[in-house]
Design a binder for this molecule. Sequence first.
Ligand code: PBG
Length: 322
Amino acid sequence: MHYPVTRLRRLRRNAALRDMVRETILTRHDLIMPLFVCPGKGVNNPISSMPGNSQLSVDFLVEKGKELFDQGVQSVLLFGIPESKDETGEVACQHNGIVQQATRALKKEVPDLYLIADICNCEYTTHGHCGTIVDGDVDNDQTLETLAKQSVSLAEAGIDMVAPSDMMDGRVGAIRTALDNNGFHNLPIMAYSAKYASAFYGPFREAAESAPQFGDRKTYQMDPANGDEALREVALDIQEGADIVMVKPALNYMDIIHRVKTSFNMPVAAYNVSGEFSMVKAAAAKGWIDEKRIVHELLTGLKRAGADLIISYHTQDIIQDL
Ligand code: PBG
């Protein structure tokens, strides 16, 4: 009889031992919670496809910010739903823009909550595309100007970090230059570097009221079939001054997360997007899965793949277990 000399089961025999040899541990410092801010006072509009998430007016957003911070959440990512939209997203560049207001209020009331702003035009344009339309398509270089303006305006309002999600070529460089020219040398950029044209953003477009009114985003977001191209996107963003690079969505793109992490010595963020969140919530509501265990397994998997930071709508639900 030949017995195995190496028995991997030896280290799995009890909980203390498993704790001692665990390779990946999810902590509250890894997580960023997205929030949606809308005009008005006393407004809490639940987002039906994303249970537990709402569009909140600034007063309620501040309450939410305090609650999250007290529970151990360090950082939030802000999305704005403006009062009115325009052709080019100029409404996002105004001193009194919705995210600018939210930033000032949060900085005043919850000063240690780290604030990141999504930089894009799709929530602010009447047509729902991520930039200025010329001849039926988003014009890259005109859009760079509004993105840079939006970033500077949010920096002036007190944002801690900007996160461009538009996928225009050269936007990280344009934003970096504009921030530097206005004295914001120390404000970091987290670039949505490898952002795919994904069906997983469906629920978000209800949340942010940002669905494109014609066409789709395939002339600027990446083809889900491509991996090498993601590395080229990341390399360019790093050259242009990105401080953190992001892969989005997360779960279907763990190979990309891994390749980015191993190819560049950079902090990597993964965006566990709305559709990924809603699938878990829907299955949990049916009683088909154990939500807590599933979420832990999913997010730990992202970290194991190479993500240093995870943006997730599950953040508040799990923060107290970490
Ligand atoms: C804005 C933006 C989107 C998301 C984050 N920033 C939507 C999109 O590109 O259509 C998606 C986030 C999510 O699905 O959770 N451009």
